[in-house]
Ligand binder design. Sequence first.
Ligand code: AP5
Length: 211
Amino acid sequence: MLIVLLGPPGAGKGTQADLLAERLGVPKISTGDVLRAAVRDGTPMGLAAKAAMDRGDLVPDDVILGIMKDALDTPPAAKGAILDGVVRTEPQAAGLSRVLGELHRRLDAVVLFEVGDDELVRRLSGRTVCEKCQTPYTGREPGTACDRCGGTLVRRKDDEPQAVRNRLAVYQRQTAPVIDWYRRHGARLVQIDAVGTTDAVLQRALAALGR
Ligand code: AP5
């Protein structure tokens, strides 16, 4: 299955992408993870993206289109993928559709995770992530070890209050219109109440996808 995950920052896209990827036996592709790795490695793409990411702004569409094309055109993604945060603007939605056409592939569904702003701010202000495997945690101190890989937990720079406020505004301005773009283009759009335990949210998503 090839699925796009949409939703505001902190909605749980990364968390659910890992769970869905495992359940459906396909890889997760996260542009946020790819960009953070590029920043860590100091590549030209990382150096160019860092300032925008730290502020909570989007990186340019052409950078994202390059990442999505490279990631989709690989053997592991041939049988499907969970696209986490890969589409955040209307040009990116159109670009993905073009790339999929070139690869003779089609999108099976767009899953929108819905969470209110107060809960999003609560989740992001308490989040640490593993700097190695990117697993997110709530209520765990920076410097402690990741349960999954033993890496060190850190706070993301874009989880500081000013950047979180900007990310929520950027989502409303640039990403929320993507929902209508998919409606207009006849995609199978599935809306999920993403408040509840991670397992409850996963079960809702699987049921909505008919899995
Ligand atoms: P990205 O890393 O994708 O950030 P984001 O979209 O802001 O999403 P988050 O990772 O903050 O949240 P999430 O929805 O994945 O939630 P999570 O599972 O972590 O992108 C970072 C930046 O890269 C962007 O701001 C932009 O600059 C750039 N970028 C990336 N893609 C781009 C694109 N396509 N175009 C342009 N720029 C792009 O969960 C959040 C917290 O909540 C965690 O602590 C988690 O443990 C907890 N949690 C999860 N589920 C639950 C639950 N059900 N109940 C309670 N807590 C929960």
